[in-house]
Design a protein around this ligand. Structure first.
Ligand code: THU
Length: 133
């Protein structure tokens, strides 16, 4: 599966975004180590604070299906460049993805920026930080 195909899946997932408040649709597709793909879109709520981002819907969907290792993530929105994941999603990525796991950030015009979880959130809080607990 190349990055263009993965981004196409995220673009398809984006169609299911529920965004009556922001009108900003986001799609994401996570690739599990076992090869399965899990997609998500952002789902908003009249109680704005409980809105869930596309990336976390994809990641949590994978985790809910038993996935504990994600090997790639694509995210897409109608942005000028590749979409920038929010801080909460960057932290969520660190739970099931390694620092060097590729993240593809796209838009609707063919831009695909390749980065990594570690580059998106240097110094992320992780389970090792709780060793003294
Ligand atoms: N959003 C995402 O889905 N992912 C991000 O990383 C950034 C923000 C969504 C949340 C909300 O529905 C809309 O974009 C505007 O913030």
């Amino acid at each position: 599966m190349d990055k263009e195909e993965l981004m196409a899946e995220a673009i398809t997932a984006r169609q299911n975004a529920y965004v009556p408040y922001s009108h900003f649709k986001v799609g994401a597709t996570a690739v599990a180590a076992d090869g399965r793909h899990f997609s998500g879109a952002n789902i908003e709520n009249a109680s704005f604070g409980i809105t869930m981002c596309a990336e976390r819907n994809a990641i949590f969907g994978a985790a809910s299906a038993g996935v504990r290792k994600i090997t790639a993530l694509a995210v897409v929105a109608d942005t000028d460049g590749g979409v920038s994941p929010c801080g909460a999603c960057r932290q969520a990525m660190t739970e099931f993805m390694n620092a060097d796991t590729p993240v593809f950030l796209g838009n609707l015009h063919g831009v695909i920026e390749e980065t990594t979880v570690g580059a998106l959130l240097p110094g992320a809080f992780n389970k090792e930080d709780m060793h003294n607990a």
